[in-house]
Design a protein. Structure first.
Length: 272
């Protein structure tokens, strides 16, 4: 049995099929973890979502910002963006079943030394604290009042963690950390404007995983979300969003022996 961790798919169903074939993936023996952003901007988000739900017995997918965006759009809380490719899901006869399955996905997944999430963590959170706070958001999304979070999800504030945060502000901060974080300001607060790679770090900003004194170094973190960062394999973090959507690659990382596998993708979009 092997466990493969795959970076952001974002509706690129053809690339997913090609990668699974290259891995000789067998649902009876193998497991697939996905770093979030199953849907949006790619050519067939509906097929990706249907495949993942049909393989629920061997797939563990955390929620990314595009997945949360789909849930909000489906409820009419926000208008689709110009580049969104969600119409097939919204018009599908099984849309309610698909969206309910998506809403039940975890925000974070941990097994042993490995922790998978979509984007990043604030420097103050240990791995155990991150698990607890992710569970708070999961409980809200799975509970009877889940729409209350989605309708107030959008926004950049608050930017700094405090255990005194309550209510929707607390949930929004947790969601922004787990699904949107790339850089941090020097005081440890969240920064959302820049999407550059490590060769173009703006002054005064630090990648979340390199922030001094980060409390979550007690686990090895697998994440996506940052296509301009590309493949990054270190002892403490593994970044797996390799820009399939932009004509890059779809990447899988095998936990058993830490090998990487890639299939090249056909560019259908431009970053932006």
């Amino acid at each position: 049995m092997s466990t493969y961790v795959v970076g952001d798919i974002q509706g690129c169903h053809t690339a997913l099929e090609e990668l699974l074939a290259a891995l000789n993936f067998d649902r009876s023996r193998d497991r697939l973890w996905i770093t979030g952003d199953l849907v949006n901007r790619g050519e067939d988000s509906l097929a990706v979502l249907r495949w993942c739900m049909a393989h629920d017995d061997c797939v563990t997918a955390v929620l990314g910002n595009h997945d949360l965006h789909l849930l909000a759009v489906a409820e009419g809380f926000v208008q689709p963006h110009r580049k969104d490719t969600l119409d097939m899901i919204l018009a599908a006869p099984d849309r309610d079943e698909l969206l309910n399955w998506l809403r039940q996905r975890p925000m974070l997944h941990r097994e042993g030394e490995w922790m998978m999430l979509h984007a990043g963590l604030p420097p103050q959170w240990s791995a155990a604290q991150a698990e607890r706070l992710a569970h708070e958001l999961e409980t809200a999304l799975r509970g009877p009042d889940w729409r209350s979070f989605l309708v107030q999800m959008y926004g950049n504030e608050p930017r700094y963690w405090s255990p005194d945060l309550r209510g929707q502000e607390r949930l929004r901060f947790i969601a922004n950390c787990l699904t949107r974080t790339r850089f941090l300001h020097s005081d440890g607060s969240l920064e959302f404007q820049h999407k550059l790679g490590l060769d173009s770090i703006p002054p005064g900003l630090t990648p979340w995983f390199d922030f001094p004194g980060r409390a979550s170094t007690d686990v090895r973190i697998l994440f996506g979300h940052w296509s301009t960062l590309g493949l990054l394999v270190r002892q403490d973090v593994i970044a797996l969003d390799t820009g399939c959507l932009w004509g890059g690659a779809l990447t899988a990382f095998r936990l058993d022996d830490e090998q990487c596998f890639q299939v090249r993708c056909t560019a259908r979009n431009k970053p932006g």
